[in-house]
Ligand binder design. Structure first.
Ligand SMILES: CC(=O)SCCNC(=O)CCNC(=O)[C@H](O)C(C)(C)COP(=O)(O)OP(=O)(O)OC[C@H]1O[C@@H](n2cnc3c(N)ncnc32)[C@H](O)[C@@H]1OP(=O)(O)O
Length: 169
């Protein structure tokens, strides 16, 4: 299977924050942002694998900044690393200043998707070749994050998490 670049499958979705999508403080509701990120990430995973993909895990979400009503929000999802059947997707969320048009980072998240066949059985995906410094950094740290996610899900024994153990030794 031929390796792909993260930019080959990147998904960039830009949309407004409307009144039905906000909390009592008139900021974007967290669940709405999670759904937008899930959609963008699933498109990137599907483009990369050209398969049916399912969300296996939400590994990390940081709601660092509130996103006010009326904001123009850009959700950018890229494959950061692949394993046999799973893909780690990194999502950056940006808000656009109305007057200057400058984009500033509001939030980020990391999701894991698995490619499956028509019966839901996991299938192999192409590898990814990071190109930029940021893509390389994210690629390098992804195995650690995968092991942490598997340990937290009870799917890996902490004693088998070699990359995690290496952090503390
Ligand atoms: C329930 C919902 O509605 S959630 C929203 C939509 N998502 C879904 O419906 C997915 C439901 N879940 C599933 O279908 C299955 O659990 C699957 C396909 C995600 C995984 O199936 P499993 O039988 O666990 O398969 P398997 O053990 O082979 O794991 C497949 C891959 O997922 C990875 N994986 C599974 N769980 C996790 C996790 N919590 N974190 C990180 N990776 C994980 C495995 O490490 C493996 O990766 P690899 O092949 O790249 O090494």
């Amino acid at each position: 299977m031929q390796s792909k670049n993260p930019s080959d499958s990147a998904c960039i979705m830009t949309d407004l924050v409307l009144p039905g999508e906000t909390n009592p403080l008139n900021n974007l509701f967290g669940g709405e942002l999670l759904a937008r990120m899930d959609r963008a990430a699933s498109i990137a995973a599907r483009r990369h694998s050209r398969r049916i993909v399912v969300t296996a895990s939400v590994n990390h979400v940081a709601f660092n900044r509130a996103v006010p009503l009326g904001s123009v929000v850009t959700v950018e999802a890229k494959v950061s690393r692949t394993f046999r059947t799973s893909m780690e997707i990194f999502i950056d969320v940006w808000i656009e200043d109305r007057e200057s048009g400058t984009k500033s980072k509001a939030n980020e998240a990391i999701y894991t998707f698995v490619a499956v066949d028509e019966t839901g059985i996991p299938v192999a995906v192409p590898t990814v070749e990071p190109q930029t410094e940021l893509e390389k950094e994210r690629f390098e740290a992804a195995l650690r994050r995968k092991q942490l996610s598997l340990v937290l899900a009870g799917k890996m024994k902490p004693s088998d998490a070699t990359e995690l153990k290496a952090l503390f030794m």
